[in-house]
Design a protein around this ligand. Structure first.
Ligand SMILES: O=P(O)(O)OC[C@H]1O[C@H](OP(=O)(O)OP(=O)(O)O)[C@H](O)[C@@H]1O
Ligand SMILES: NC(=O)CC[C@H](N)C(=O)O
Ligand code: SF4
Ligand SMILES: [Mg+2]
Length: 462
């Protein structure tokens, strides 16, 4: 999952700074690398760096990125390893000049795209899917971006919320399935686009609308236009955005995610109540659901796990070792709050089981009477090909074990997950993507052999 942000504001020369703050607020979507591109109307500058936004740009570097339009990206790698070459925005030359490109999502038909790129005589210089899309757009450029994107994007299968910055304008496109969020807003005499509305709040921009599946927005000095350039294939917004990825203070499809997550917790309490003394959350993202659960069950909620605020998200760390170390470093329980009590722990998801296993171990060390685990999403049994790194089925706890085996593996008195029906009810859209919970994939998915053979790197995660 990555975060993207674009801004065009004719009266300003310092929008790279706005982009910097926006990326800060989107940091939860990608912690591996980040970058900002900016234009003054004639030339495009790009600064990219590994690591977090806070350490990536000096004051001087931001000042050098002067101009009235900018594009930013925070990366969580899903195709191509976490390296500086794969950091975004990427820079591409095309018939009309140069563009910078930022992508959130993951392409499924990478084999075809790679063959097309090679047949154009181009050897990609990165191992990301984003570069392949960039070359195909640049090389097949026709009269304008609208015509080009309408033709070329038809060949892309999978998840792509894309933002382009040319020397003069911004273009934003959302794939026809609508896997990843993308919205637009206004700021002073200009306009902004972002993965999430929390970035608008941070700079004082006003939300205008979501960009719908298959739509393209062109933002220029005199305003903006929206065109439906690709035939919509539904609204398969990723349900994991609601469950875990996006920030709880963001609004997606008209709903504040904090409220949706609280509702997950309430519905979970209705489906799988438990007689207990205390409800505990797994911070950060498990907290709203735990509050909803506690309120509906009328059991006191207590902050037991204290989160070290200097540690980021563990799930989106690129290696198993980093993820495992991350949990203990990040969360520490206050033992006397649970000693001798019947405890319900609520988390938003169990994916590989790294967090839940450690959490339960730490809780037993506090000597509670019972531990009941409640998960505010269904069992994750299938890999995601659309921008979340759960590529191999073998890594997923629920693909190897049934619920009783997971209960035993975690070592808890009881375990329950939210049903798919209640997940959809709280999200409030008819067909969100639920593929990793065992529902159908909304697009074609290549076979395992094809995926292995055409992975862009050795040990590729895709
Ligand atoms: O089963 P696992 O593979 O461990 O993955 C699931 C866990 O990872 C996420 O938390 P994370 O710590 O990444 O982020 P958060 O601080 O936003 O909760 C999620 O909220 C679960 O706690
Ligand atoms: N998770 C994402 O959105 C990543 C974008 C792109 N697939 C990359 O790996 O760079
Ligand atoms: S498969 Fe799961 S994580 Fe991937 S887009 Fe669909 S709901 Fe989201
Ligand atoms: Mg968590």
């Amino acid at each position: 999952m990555c975060g993207i942000f674009g801004i065009l504001c004719p009266s300003r020369k310092d929008v790279a700074k706005h982009t910097y703050f926006a990326l800060y607020s989107l940091q939860h979507r990608g912690q591996e690398s980040c970058g900002i591109a900016a234009t003054d109307g004639t030339s495009l500058m790009i600064q990219r760096s590994m690591g977090l936004v806070s350490s990536a740009f000096s004051e001087r570097e931001l000042q050098e990125l002067y101009g009235y339009a900018a594009l930013g990206h925070v990366r969580y790698s899903t195709t191509g390893r976490p390296s500086i070459e794969n950091a975004q925005p990427l820079k591409m030359r095309y018939k009309g000049g140069t563009f910078a490109l930022a992508h959130n999502g993951n392409i499924v038909n990478i084999k075809e795209l790679r063959e097309q790129v090679y047949s154009l005589g181009i050897s990609p210089y990165t191992s990301s899917d984003t570069e392949l899309m960039g070359h195909l757009i640049a090389r097949n450029f026709q009269d304008d971006f609208k015509t080009t994107l309408a033709n070329v994007c038809k060949g892309f299968i999978g998840a792509y919320s894309l933002v382009f910055l040319t020397e003069e304008e911004i273009y934003a496109v959302r794939d026809p399935w609508g896997f990843r969020p993308l919205c637009m807003g206004s700021y002073e005499d200009g306009f902004v686009v972002s993965s999430e509305t929390c970035a608008f709040d941070i700079i004082g921009a006003k939300f205008i609308r979501e960009i719908s599946p298959g739509e393209m927005v062109r933002i220029h000095r005199n305003g903006y236009e929206v065109d439906q350039i690709l035939e919509p294939q539904g609204n398969f917004l990723c349900s994991f955005e609601y469950i875990y990825f996006a920030r709880p203070d963001s609004v997606v499809m008209g709903k504040r995610l904090y409220e949706v997550r609280k509702r997950f917790g309430e519905l979970l309490a209705e489906e799988s109540p438990v007689d207990a003394d205390i409800v505990v959350s797994v911070p950060d993202s498990g907290t709203p659901a735990a509050i909803g659960f506690a309120q509906r069950c009328k059991i006191p909620f207590n902050e037991v796990f204290i989160k070290n605020r200097y540690v980021g998200r563990t799930f989106i760390q690129p290696t198993k070792e980093l993820r495992e170390r991350g949990v203990r470093l990040k969360l520490n329980p206050i033992s006397e709050l649970v000693r001798g009590k019947r405890v319900v722990v609520v988390d938003d998801s169990i994916v590989r089981g790294t967090t839940s296993k450690e959490i339960v171990k730490m809780l037993w060390e506090c000597e509670p009477k019972e531990i009941h685990f409640r998960v505010s999403s269904p069992m994750v049994s299938h890999p995601c090909f659309y921008g979340i790194d759960t590529a191999s089925r073998g890594e997923l706890l629920a693909s190897k074990m049934d619920i009783e085996q997971i209960r035993e593996f975690l070592g808890v008195n009881s375990l329950a997950y939210l049903s798919r029906k209640s997940t959809i009810e709280a999200i409030g859209i008819e067909y969100p993507c639920l593929a990793c919970f065992g529902a159908d994939y909304p697009t074609y998915i290549p076979s395992e052999e094809v995926r292995e053979k055409y992975a862009l790197e050795k040990n590729e995660k895709w």
